[in-house]
Design a protein. Sequence first.
Length: 344
Amino acid sequence: MYQLIKPLLFSMQPERAHYFATDCLTILSKIPGIPAIMRGMFDVKDKRLERKLFGLTFKNPVGLAAGFDKDARWYNELAHLGFGFIEIGTLTPKAQIGNAKPRLFRITEDHGLINRMGFNNLGAEDAIKRLKNRKTNIVIGGNIGKNTSTSNDDALADYVFNFNTLHDHVDYFVVNVSCPNVKDLTKLQDTPFLLKLLGQLKEINTTKNKAKPILLKIAPDLNNSQLDEIIEIVAQTKIDGIIAANTTTSRENLKTDEKTITQIANGGLSGKPVTKRSTEVIKYLADKSNKAFPIIGVGGIHSAQNAIEKIEAGADLVQIYTGFIYEGPGLIKSINKKILEQYG
């Protein structure tokens, strides 16, 4: 079904297509009986798919990565499509419009996207209004970042604000310091800052009625030495896991012509071009740490086999985003069925 409407969506500017598709999903979900039909089409119900990690039970290991539902607008409707968990955000303390449009580009020849959205969102407090209206028991993650206007020197306060604000309304947290589309954000991947930030969030967590898992999202562009530092940071701070990996600034080995890529200019690349590298990062972290912590694998999952490769490399769960846009919700079902077939 998705492949029938995909040409219409791909005829639109990508950001417009995103809102058109989510508007359609919202309308359909309000029609009596349609949510049940969607669940019947896409949801694979099997207890063998359940995963228990950091105190949470995921009904299946296939999640939606952050960036699709930034403001927690559609998680109730998206839950009908068979996801095991949904990550909202990236959310910042204050609302911000993000970078100038156009800021989202398809490179269809490579089955990829380039985005420089810039953390456009309505702010953490605004998202709570909709998180209070949760109609699904699906696991919800909260991806948090800093406002673009906040200097790196003051960034810690932004993350602490988000953590405190969202704590009662999400099931786990993702600290995003690896998005290439916010000025100087990736500099926050430096070890001293991460130790301070994650240490403080862990300390705050102990004061809450119920501690929430904390994960760190890293870039695929880190070298092995930097990945070794990440492993050490996890060991020192005792955070709950890693999400590997975010979008890349690399433009290597693309099929799309160089002129088009130059015209698009800067932004984070996702989709098939990052499939191999994200899997390499997962494998390095898992092997070098002797699987000391859970890993959520994301980056270039466009088929069930891509997901299996992430799992074989060491991922406990997987997330899709660009693959979801190119392949549609049937991808979720095919991954879950392949996992059952592969592992029983």
